[in-house]
Design a protein around this ligand. Structure first.
Ligand code: HEC
Length: 252
């Protein structure tokens, strides 16, 4: 029996192996990104697990801390050679807000104790040419702005993140949708693909709305789950479809 494209691919074993390996790679990618998202957001608040508050604080900032403190206790903690230094950095960063702490002392303490730590553990990225060159930490004056209330991810970082994410994910969406409409029933493909697309838009839109309206953080969780869930389901359905009925497009 002969079949027209794209079902002709399924009538050959190597064709099925090729399509399956694509879906398996997508599913593996899904697991790695989920793990990555978990570890990155999880540190936004001090409690274990990914919560709405982690998402809120990641984008709009922890209202009870300064930016330096948040980063030193969270995402930047792993870069400290001596983990206990986090406490020293933190103590120093909240000093300007304490009464009876005159600025010269604060600056002197920076020169003697803080700068050597930053130089050793942080400047590799936080100076021109480094990964975080947009937030240099070479001197007292450069560090000072980060001692103000944490306002979450800076707009330039969010722009970069959105741009990379939207272009990358829309290609993923397009490929996944094309496969779904080729091999699954039109109804199933339609539902799964539109949920995936909707989830992506809701997710990235939610980042921006959470940045300015922290109470909308649920959009990120709903969008992310919708995108991730329907993406995973599409590839699992495709795998099932590839191997279920040898070479016959019954349900099409
Ligand atoms: C391996 C590279 C790297 C090292 C080492 C590193 N950082 Fe960072 N840091 C980054 C990146 C990248 C960002 C930007 C994150 C973002 O865009 O949200 C960042 C962001 C920050 C911010 C927030 C900047 C902002 O504009 O809001 C602070 C504060 C900070 N780091 C402090 C530190 C401190 C203190 C150390 C040393 C203990 C350190 N970092 C070590 C890469 C690094």
């Amino acid at each position: 029996m002969t079949h027209s494209f794209p079902f002709s691919i399924l009538s050959l074993r190597p064709g099925r192996i090729f399509l399956s390996s694509c879906s398996v790679a997508f599913i593996a990618g899904w697991f790695f990104s989920t793990a990555l998202i978990w570890t990155q957001y999880e540190t936004s608040d001090a409690e274990a697990g990914l919560s709405l508050r982690d998402v809120r604080w990641h984008f709009s900032g922890n209202p009870f801390q300064n930016r330096f403190e948040t980063m030193v206790e969270g995402e930047m903690l792993e870069y400290l050679t001596i983990e206990e230094d986090a406490n020293l950095l933190r103590q120093w960063s909240i000093q300007p807000n304490l009464p009876d702490f005159s600025e010269p002392n604060h600056k002197q303490f920076y020169q003697d104790n803080i700068h050597p730590i930053i130089e050793l553990d942080c400047l590799e990225c936080h100076e021109p040419g480094g990964k975080a060159e947009e937030s240099p930490l070479r001197s007292y004056d450069e560090v000072l702005p980060y001692l103000e209330r944490d306002r979450g991810i800076p707009i330039p970082s969010l722009l970069k993140l959105s741009h990379i994410h939207l272009f990358g994910m829309s290609l993923l969406l397009l490929v996944t949708g094309a496969l779904a409409f080729s091999f699954l029933s039109p109804r199933k493909a339609g539902i799964l693909s539109s949920l995936t697309g909707l989830g992506l838009l809701l997710d990235v839109g939610g980042w921006w709305s959470t940045k300015f309206f922290p109470e909308t953080a649920f959009l990120v969780l709903v969008g992310g789950s919708l995108f991730g869930g329907s993406f995973l389901l599409t590839h699992l359905s495709l795998l099932h479809r590839y191997w279920r009925s040898p070479s016959s497009p019954h349900d099409h």
